[in-house]
Structure formats: C-alpha cells, structure tokens
Design a protein around this ligand. Structure first.
Ligand SMILES: Cc1cc2nc3c(=O)[nH]c(=O)nc-3n(C[C@H](O)[C@H](O)[C@H](O)COP(=O)(O)OP(=O)(O)OC[C@H]3O[C@@H](n4cnc5c(N)ncnc54)[C@H](O)[C@@H]3O)c2cc1C
Length: 400
C-alpha cells in the first residue's frame, strides 16, 4: 500500500481522461491518472475541426493524423420512404472556408496516440488500476485503488465513463431518457471510393451513417430497433455485407465487413451537476448522447480543455485549484453547450421516429430551408464545427 500526493487526480483513461491528463501535465500541473486497461473498442470517432486543433496543440495529432480520414462533405438522404420526404442536403466544408469539417479515426488509433503522448510527460503519473473508492473532503479528494493504494489531490476529475464512480461519490444524480433504438457499429471495406464524403441515410428506424476511413474503408453506425441490431450482428460476414450494401443503395459498391461488431443501446444521460466541491465530471461521466451527429466525444474534449484551462489559470493566480468556485465556473461554462447538443440530437432522432405527418413536414421543411438558403446552411455548419459560445483555448490552437 502506498500514498501518493498530486495536484490533480484523473479517474478513467478513455479519450476524455487521457486528454485532460495530457493538457494538465503539459501545462506543468502534477497529475495522476488512475485508469483500468481500456477494453477493445472497434468504434471510430468523427472528431470535428476544433477537437483536431486541440489534439494538435497538445502534441497528440502528430501520432494520430495518418490514421484519420478527412470529412470534406456531409450528405443527408431522406430514406424514410414517407409521404413527406426531405430533399437531399449537402454540406461542404469548403463553403465555410475549411479543408474538412473534421477527421474520422478508429478509437484504437486515437487511444494509442494519446497513450504515446502521455508517456512523454514527466509531470504525469499513470497508475494502471481500478479506482474503488473516492472520498471528498473540504480540502482534498482521495482515490483508493482496488489494491489499496491511495492518491490524494486538490481536485479529482471524473472521466470514468457512463457508470462513473466519481459521480456517485460526489452524490450527483442523472437525468435519463432512453430511446426504443440500438446502434450497430462496424467498419467495412468497399469497392468504390468515398471521396471524403460522409453519408447519413435517415430511415424511419433511425440514421444509417457511413463515415470515411483512410483508403477504401468506412465505418458504419446503424441506429435501428432494439431486436434488429443483435440480429444483424449475428449474421455471417457475407450476409451482413450484402445487407449493408442494399441499405446503402450500393453508393460505395460491393461492401466487405471487417471483424469487430458493437451493439449499443441509445439513451441521453445528463448529470444534474458537472461538479461539486473537489470533484468535476467530464466526457460520458457528465453526458451520454446517442451516436447521431458525432457530438459525444467532441463535447467530452471540450469538457477536458475547459477544466484544464480553469485549473491552469487558478494555479497561475496562486489560488486553490480545487476550490468550490472551480466546479461552479466549470458548470457555467459547459452547461449550455451540452444541453443544446443533447436537445438537437433528441429533436433529429424524435422527428425520424415520429408517426405524425406534421412532424415529417416540419423536418422536411427544415432540411429544405438548409438546402436552399446558403447563409442559414453556413451558419448551421459553423455552429456544428465550432460552437460560438464554448470554444476553450485549446480548440482555438492556443497552448495553456
Ligand atoms: C456507436 C457510437 C458511436 C460514436 N461515435 C462518435 C463520433 O463519431 N464522434 C463523437 O464525438 N463521439 C462519438 N461517440 C461518443 C464517444 O464514443 C464517447 O463520447 C466517448 O467514447 C466517451 O469517452 P470517455 O473518455 O468519456 O469515456 P469512456 O471511453 O467510457 O472511458 C472511460 C474509461 O474509464 C475507465 N473506468 C471506469 N471506471 C473506472 C474506475 N473505477 N477506475 C479506473 N478506470 C475506470 C473505463 O475502463 C474506461 O477506459 C460514439 C458513441 C457510440 C456509442
């Protein structure tokens, strides 16, 4: 048994936890990262431009960029087969002066790049362990691992995912909304090039989204009924490949699925508070969003960049980096961004599931306006890539 003292302790070594640990340690804050060995993850993440800029600023993108594919065009196709259908909408990054909206990368490559960068930081102490108990006192937070070791710090950052121990230790409750939907995820090869274009087919069961990967490969997130995703996941490779080619109307030609399929139940879970006293929550510990519109981890990285910025400025001002006002300021800086994204994803998803003609009409009209009115379309694209109200310094390319 040992006791380590640090300025900040981060619990959880997923992409959000590793990013905040790197951001803090790179700015000279003594940081301990208590993390289990991550489970195998075959998913990919579409990182929007601000997230890529932040990872570049932190010296991570240099290890990741060659594994990522640029997303230059986004296409929404109404595949509901309903009476009132929306027009096909194209969003081009060029239209808002960007090379790409962002980049799609397999999570295993992103995690490997983060781990490489983390290893090079002398101020970051990595402890491969499961956090078993977290105690929050008025002046310190203490994390005890399963082997009985303790790390004590001014602030604990809970990056421990949707079943966050940090969240329960802080007594923070969640609001939860489930959907009658499940997502199937996998990666695939295809005969025709994707031309850096991501295509989202809106079906009456949910979106069916193909996102480019480097070469003639893409990732698929298919949102469908709860019984349908496991049925698809159990198909043989040739049968599943045929089914995907059919659903994608052969836009990528012949499809060959790769090993590794994931099935995820859809829900929105939001912590009632993002911090209290000596604890703050980031990433899925704070908010879980359905995989629609590539928002989840992009929000998580903005959380990481925001709390790192607050801690670094408190330390430079000679203040207590875990004082109560840090959690309050963090809450105020993050709540609107998280709530507005959760609402937008919820509206898109509900409009697809709805049986009401009027809702289909409103959705179709919204997309028609986006297709026809250039300034509106460009404003929506800019807000999607870089929300005006919540760009922390790292997302603007400024080191902490
Ligand atoms: C199908 C699907 C597709 C998605 N696609 C996108 C996308 O394109 N773009 C996007 O931005 N987002 C996307 N997301 C969301 C994104 O995957 C999540 O936001 C992201 O993985 C959350 O990262 P995290 O670090 O917060 O949590 P996690 O990845 O869950 O990491 C938490 C880590 O903490 C560890 N941990 C937990 N408890 C403890 C403990 N007690 N002690 C030690 N360690 C602990 C876990 O083992 C894990 O390694 C998608 C999600 C799904 C389901």
């Amino acid at each position: 048994m040992s006791t380590l003292t640090s300025e900040v302790v981060v619990v959880g070594g997923g992409p959000a936890g590793l990013t905040v640990a790197i951001a803090l340690a790179a700015a000279g804050i003594e940081t301990a990262l208590v993390a289990r060995v991550p489970a195998a993850d075959h998913r990919t993440t579409a990182l929007l431009a601000g997230s890529v800029t932040a990872l570049d600023t932190l010296g991570v993108w240099q290890h990741a960029g060659s594994h990522a594919a640029p997303l230059k065009t986004l296409r929404i196709v109404d595949d509901t087969g309903r009476l009132l259908r929306a027009p096909e909408v194209h969003f081009s990054a060029e239209e808002i002066g960007l090379d790409a909206f962002g980049h799609n990368i397999e999570n295993r490559h992103l995690l490997a790049a983060l781990a490489t960068r983390a290893r090079g930081l002398a101020t970051l102490r990595q402890i491969e362990a499961e956090a078993e108990a977290i105690t929050l006192a008025s002046d310190r937070a203490t994390v005890r691992t399963r082997s009985g070791d303790e790390v004590s710090a001014r602030l604990v950052v809970g990056a421990d995912g949707r079943h966050s121990l940090t969240r329960s230790a802080a007594g923070i409750e969640t609001e939860r909304r489930s959907y009658p939907q499940t997502a199937l995820t996998l990666n695939l090869g295809h005969a025709r090039p994707h031309r850096d274009c991501s295509t989202e087919f809106h079906t009456a069961r949910g979106p069916f989204t193909l996102v480019p990967l480097p070469g003639q490969r893409s990732s698929l997130v298919q949102v469908t009924e709860p019984a349908e995703a496991p049925r698809l996941a159990a198909l043989s490779d040739p049968d599943l490949s045929d089914e995907i080619e059919r659903k994608s109307h052969s836009i990528l030609g012949k499809v060959t699925v790769e090993p590794g399929r994931g099935v995820f139940a859809l829900a929105v879970v939001t912590a009632r508070r993002f911090g209290t006293g000596r604890a703050v929550l980031i990433g899925e510990a704070a908010h879980v969003l359905p995989p629609i519109g590539a928002q989840g981890l992009n929000l998580g990285l903005r959380d990481a960049a925001t709390i790192a910025e607050l801690v670094v400025s408190a330390r430079r001002a000679g203040g207590d980096i875990g004082a109560d006002d840090i959690a309050g300021r963090y809450e105020r800086m993050r709540r609107a961004d998280v709530s507005s994204r959760a609402l937008a994803v919820d509206l898109v998803n509900r409009s697809l599931l709805s049986e009401f003609l009027a809702v289909h009409g409103a959705r179709g009209l919204g997309l028609l306006l986006l297709e026809r009115i250039g300034p509106l379309r460009r404003a929506v694209m800019r807000e999607g890539v870089a929300p005006a109200a919540s760009q922390p310094r790292l997302m603007r390319g400024e080191a902490l």
